[in-house]
Design a protein around this ligand. Structure first.
Ligand SMILES: [Fe+2]
Length: 496
């Protein structure tokens, strides 16, 4: 078994550097600094970009990266990023001030690796027969309150009713998935600078910040049971843009080698956009001969703006893994995973096509059957009639499933959202059928919209993929059936 995939030359340099760091760490340990002994604070497995699977661990700054036993061989995890103190002086953006008092570690393996353990604890690996997939999206606890404005509505991160991500992770782990897909937006507790609003929160023990404490509280601690349950596919959300939680994304969850984000400032001219957000190339994950996943990064896309030639060029380049898939008749179906949906209610129905819509029109492979996205904090399915948009989608538009209600404050509670329920009452914006809205010029033929905390369990049986939408306690909300040939997902409407 090869210990590591063949790296690119840049990756070679990086790995050589990391190896040197390991040696330096070990030498420092010989000089008296503690370098081992502590169990990892967090550990998980995630799928990589080039038919790899990556063992990941986070350890205390004073510990060394752990060692794994992989199919009988002892292999050390290598440092991915070292601990860093908070930046001083601050650079006017709290996203660039955080300290990370932890070491993150990784070991890339061929996807064929079958068994691995760290400290005697088995690590989830990719099973040869993937039949149960948990899909979650938008999990972090929303806290973004500047000193000079009311900010967004605050979610009470100390309440498992207000912020049910921990419950969802437990319930999702109980379904014993073979694979977990997170559609992005892991980190939401950004800053809280108004004493009147924020002191009670902090008095309640709520941690806020882009630093390790914020990432630990918002994602890694509550995710623990689900991280232990199966290997993950990690999609980057707009909250993981370089001007927000990007440093944490790059340190811990990006499938690519670590890259430092350039300094950007949220909601200013230097904010993260596709061109400066280290937008990654899409990559393929082949799950046997049954299914191909394509994972895309559209975190920096300002999807509410009309397309610009530069953005279209970036998508045309970075989505090549999707748009140049071999169109073999016997090729397995393809599902596209991204954070921002191609179509959703947050986009103005009258707007011209955005860059993603423009770049994809006429380029999608015929066997792309379903798109899975987050971003909109709700559950939504959108189906289009096969001949609804032949000019741009001669093989029919794929169906789209939005799973963005796995913890972050629901659209129902957001006065800025088009599906805010404050004025119409609970459930008043839920729909059993589309309401005639145009999605890039086309109405949906069917689909439902639910404002409920939820996650989706997809299961493969003899007649194809079925889905169950589950609530934060694992109770069924809706049953779904996916029809790949028709590019359609049909879900039962649970009623108010
Ligand atoms: Fe989100």
């Amino acid at each position: 078994m090869p210990a590591l995939p063949q790296p690119s030359s840049g990756k070679s340099l990086l790995r050589a550097g990391l190896l040197l760091l390991t040696v330096v760490s070990l030498l420092a340990g010989c000089a008296g600094r503690p370098v081992s002994g502590g169990a990892p604070i967090s550990r998980w497995t995630q799928l990589g970009t080039q038919d790899t699977i990556s063992l990941r661990a986070i350890v205390a700054a004073t510990d060394a990266c752990p060692t794994a036993i992989v199919d009988g061989r002892t292999l050390p995890l290598l440092p991915r990023t070292r601990a860093t103190p908070p930046n001083t002086p601050a650079r006017n953006n709290p996203a660039f001030e955080p300290g990370f008092a932890v070491l993150s570690c990784e070991l890339d393996l061929p996807r064929s690796a079958r068994q691995a353990s760290i400290d005697g604890q088995a690590m989830p690996m990719l099973r040869t027969d993937t039949r149960r997939i948990v899909v979650i999206g938008d999990t972090g606890c929303r806290v973004k309150v500047p000193a000079d404005s009311p900010g967004d509505p605050i979610q009470d991160c100390s309440s498992s009713a207000d912020w049910p991500w921990r419950r969802i992770a437990v319930a999702a782990a109980r379904t014993q998935p073979d694979l977990v897909i997170h559609l992005g937006d892991y980190h939401y507790r950004e800053y809280c600078d108004q004493p009147a609003l924020c002191s009670p929160l902090r008095d309640n023990g709520v941690v806020v910040g882009y630093d390790w404490a914020g990432w630990h509280a918002d994602f890694f601690a509550p995710a623990t049971p689900l991280l232990a349950a199966a290997a993950w596919v990690t999609v980057r959300g707009n909250h993981e843009g370089c001007d927000r939680g990007g440093e944490g994304w790059m340190r811990f969850l990006s499938p690519l080698p670590y890259q430092a984000c350039p300094d950007q400032r949220f909601k200013t001219d230097s904010r993260s956009v596709l061109a400066n957000n280290l937008t990654a190339d899409a990559y393929r994950i082949d799950l046997g001969d049954k299914l191909t996943l394509v994972v895309a990064d559209n975190a920096g896309h300002e999807d509410y703006r009309p397309a610009t030639p530069q953005e279209v060029e970036i998508f045309t380049r970075t989505l090549r893994a999707l748009t140049t898939l071999p169109a073999l008749p016997q090729a397995p179906p393809v599902w596209l995973l991204l954070h921002r949906p191609i179509w959703y209610d947050g986009l103005d129905a009258g707007s011209p096509p955005n860059a993603l819509q423009t770049a994809l029109a006429g380029k999608l492979p015929a066997n792309l059957q379903f798109v899975f996205a987050g971003h909109q904090h709700a559950f939504q399915t959108i189906n289009f009639a096969p001949a609804a948009d032949l000019a741009h989608y001669p093989a029919g538009r794929p169906a789209q499933v939005v799973i963005g209600a796995s913890g972050t404050q629901l659209e129902a509670l957001d006065p800025q959202s088009p599906v805010y329920e404050g004025k119409v009452g609970s459930g008043g914006m839920e729909r059993a059928q589309p309401d005639g809205k145009l999605y890039d010029g086309v109405t949906a033929s069917s689909g439902i919209f639910l404002n409920r905390y939820s996650f989706l369990l997809l299961e493969l049986d003899d007649s194809g993929w079925g889905g169950t939408l589950l609530d934060a306690d694992g109770k069924t909300i809706s049953h779904c059936r996916l029809n790949g040939e028709r590019k359609e997902i049909a879900c039962s409407y649970p009623g108010p």
